[in-house]
Design a protein around this ligand. Structure first.
Ligand SMILES: CCCCCC/C=C\CCCCCCCC(=O)NCCO
Length: 531
């Protein structure tokens, strides 16, 4: 009798798994065909960009290609450079950078047309050129661009082009900028490497075996390989700052209140307290400053989206030579960064002190708890939304560790945590991060609000204007490491949890020798180039 029962249970389980496997296999075949079509579309867009770039003579192209951002902007404004020549130059540069890094999802074919339309308008002597007239700009793939997919690395989201530009893209087009390329992201956006089954893996320009970071890793690779002069990234836990640190580029994530999120769908919808925001990325801090100064010159964003407070760029605060009191730390008490990352902070500290600022030791309280709050609130439903979506897709192998963790039931994770903690204390600790219930999630939201209040009080009481700390715990990692090392996001995630503006500010481009984070308590009125 028992044998019969056991055999029936096993047979039912085998039938269930066979059905599950065959349905999934059928779906995988469909998805692989979609990938082939999408890659063919990308190859077509590269061909188009190549043909367009070839229409420009080499001499003009080399001249434009060698210009810094301010020189290019000035040339476009004065009329010595035409918009179409600028776009063709950057098509060319991006094709070259893409060959090295695989950072491009799609070239924007309409960029050619937009450039020619601006050139046509500029023939009228009465025409007043907008401030970003003709500037080619790269966009992270998840930034809504009319007529183009925002797949976030999911095969199931290909061939669903968005119908409306993001408010930021509408503004950039109005200001004269020309989006000419979309850049790669990791599948789900919740990782700081850069790989997905649709467009493949983006490489670090100096070492193919390493990642350019993520999730704005297509941007960092393209910019660092000289394929873009200015790009838009997005950051919910370090996705602008970590790729910048890995590739020697610079970027800023403003507080999420500063840009519109109308019609923008993040990787996990319904995530109220861990806020993502767009931000500029480039090789120079001044370029990012110019970008923010221009988009915040007036209250146009608020006019499109009443949820964005009408705060404009404050040139007086930016130019002010008021000396700041800056809190710094090289170790947050949770994850000791490698010496190179700590040294960067100490060098930055010295530079800031030489400039007359006062630096005082300051470590945010209870970082291990903060990271648990961050992960719980960023995943919201213990990763259920994402794991369901991933099960209906081709899962990128570089995401396996993370996905496996999401698939283990939360009670089992908690049970295993106590054993795992003995050998891997950080992982063991984080296996308590996923939420079990709405009560627990609500309590976490309450704890985040309390932490925001506590940090504000600490910084206000000690009259601290800004914080300086490592961006992350290591230099650029091998591709597979980030999905195993999400414990390393404590230095970035905390500023999303606090919703402070934060950036990675450094000028030069060594292989991540000098990364550092400079985060201001208030809105990003100013940032100071310290290298
Ligand atoms: C048992 C624990 C499982 C935890 C799984 C890890 C989940 C999330 C890791 C978060 C890593 C955040 C990286 C940065 C992502 C980012 O900023 N994306 C930008 C989106 O616009």
């Amino acid at each position: 009798m028992i044998l019969l029962l056991l055999t029936t249970v096993l047979a039912l389980a085998a039938a269930y798994f066979y059905r599950f496997w065959s349905v999934r296999e059928k779906r995988q075949v469909e998805l692989r065909k979609i990938v082939e079509r999408k890659r063919a579309e990308r190859a077509e867009s590269v061909k188009f960009a190549k043909q367009s770039a070839e229409k420009l003579d080499v001499e003009t192209r080399n001249k434009i290609a060698s210009l810094e951002y301010s020189e290019l902007k000035e040339g476009l404004q004065s009329g010595t450079i035409s918009c179409i020549d600028a776009v063709r130059t950057y098509y060319f540069k991006a094709i070259q950078a893409n060959e090295k890094t695989n950072s491009v999802c799609m070239f924007v074919k309409e960029a050619e047309q937009w450039a020619m339309e601006w050139d046509e308008k500029a023939k009228d002597p009465e025409f007043k050129k907008p401030p970003m007239f003709g500037l080619p700009m790269s966009l992270k793939e998840c930034v809504p661009l009319q007529g183009y997919d925002q797949t976030r690395g999911f095969v199931q989201d290909t061939f669903h082009p968005t119908e409306t530009d993001a408010v930021l893209v509408q503004q950039l087009k109005k200001l004269g900028a020309i989006p000419y390329v979309q850049t790669n992201v990791p599948q789900s956006l919740l990782s700081y490497n850069c790989s997905n089954p649709v467009f493949g893996t983006t490489n670090h320009p100096m070492d193919k075996s390493r990642t350019s970071g993520g999730s704005s890793g297509g941007e960092s690779a393209l910019i660092s390989a000289d394929g873009s002069i200015l790009g838009i990234g997005g950051d919910v836990g370090g996705s602008i700052r970590i790729p910048c640190a890995y590739t020697g580029t610079t970027g800023i994530k403003p507080s999420h209140l500063r840009f519109s999120h109308r019609g923008v769908c993040g990787s996990v919808p319904g995530r109220p307290l861990i806020n993502s925001n767009d931000g500029p990325m480039s090789t120079r801090v001044e370029t990012n400053v110019d970008f923010l100064r221009t988009v915040w010159a007036d209250t146009w964003i608020t006019e499109q989206d009443p949820y964005v407070p009408p705060v404009t760029w404050n040139e007086e605060a930016y130019k002010s030579d008021k000396k700041l009191k800056i809190g710094y730390y090289t170790d947050d008490g949770w994850f000791t960064p490698t010496p190179v990352c700590q040294r960067a902070v100490m060098e930055a500290k010295q530079i800031l002190e030489d400039a007359g600022h006062t630096l005082v030791p300051f470590r945010p309280p209870r970082v291990p708890e903060v990271l648990i709050m961050f992960l719980r609130a960023v995943c919201v439903d213990a990763g259920k939304f994402l794991s369901n979506k991933l099960m209906n897709d081709i899962i990128d192998p570089l995401l396996y560790t993370q996905v496996v963790l999401w698939m283990v039931p939360v009670r089992v994770q908690r049970f295993l945590a106590s054993f795992i903690r003995v050998f891997f204390p950080r992982l063991g600790n984080l296996m308590n991060a996923m939420t079990l219930s709405t009560v627990e999630l609500r309590n976490t939201y309450a704890d985040i609000e309390a932490y925001r209040s506590e940090m504000a009080a600490l910084m206000i009481d000690q009259k601290i204007d800004a914080l300086l700390c490592p961006v992350t715990v290591t230099p650029a990692l091998p591709h597979v490491a980030p999905s195993k090392l999400f414990a390393g996001t404590s230095y970035t995630g905390i500023f999303n949890l606090l919703d402070y503006a934060a950036g990675k500010l450094s000028k030069h481009n060594p292989f991540n020798s000098y990364p550092f984070l400079f985060s201001r308590i208030r809105q990003c009125y100013s940032c100071h180039e310290t290298r």
